[in-house]
Ligand binder design. Sequence first.
Ligand code: GUN
Length: 289
Amino acid sequence: MAKLIDGKAVSAQVREEVKQAVAQRVASGKRAPYLAVVLVGDDPASASYVRGKARASTEVGIESDTLTYDASISEAELLDIVAKLNNDAGVDGILVQLPLPDHIDDRKVIHAIDPAKDVDCFHPESVGTLVIGLDGFQPATPAGIVELLKRSDIETSGAHCVIIGRSNIVGKPLANLMLKKGLDSTVTVCHSRTKDLPGIARQADILVAAIGRANFVTADMVKPGAVVIDVGINRVDDDTRERGYRLVGDVDFDAIEPIASHITPVPGGVGPMTIAVLLQNTLMAANRA
Ligand code: GUN
């Protein structure tokens, strides 16, 4: 029976810490941190994420506005908006919700954000800072995973951390975080071309699944006693649910829970941590400004 890593509870704890730090900052006479969220178009999932970010900000005393634009906005107009936010000393953090409409180059927009305000940690300068191990903004999902490991007293030093998935938002930045001095893991990153992926996964002391395929990680891929972190959020049809589907991770939870030492549920594991890290980053941006 694995211990369940409760992402909701850990996220609440981190958000409470940010709330107290914001209150201290304000008590010392400084203004509240301010986060600008840019939402383009009317994708319901993006709108829902953005509402969650705004609500969580308010709860900890971070001020935020969501700047909403029609999907027809031009790339030049959007770049101009980013430039204005960069130059506004009252704005500490800038988050442009992705994906953007097809006629806008995501990369150009991300690269236009002032790295000092890059609370998503997507700008190449932020990524470079992470790779060389300097202090800076933390990438939301990877840093959320590290908080879960730390607060569950899981030993990372010398541990073999196997990450399945090499995305720019999870696999690659997580590999760099786990390698950092202080965490000191030995890291292997697997992907769709990896030979004998089950054999490598079985070597993991900490196994992280971030491929976006329901139940991809099966029991034969997990060493008994391993820590299993599930980043996946996949919809599978389920007629017993009112909405017709349920959310599952990349890990076959029922089969692996009896053999792992710790496991994150989906939902309620890694997911709730990402907003907590965003709030930490926004506070840091304000304190550094
Ligand atoms: N879209 C989905 N997740 C994210 C995120 O963490 N940041 C941004 N900017 N867009 C997203």
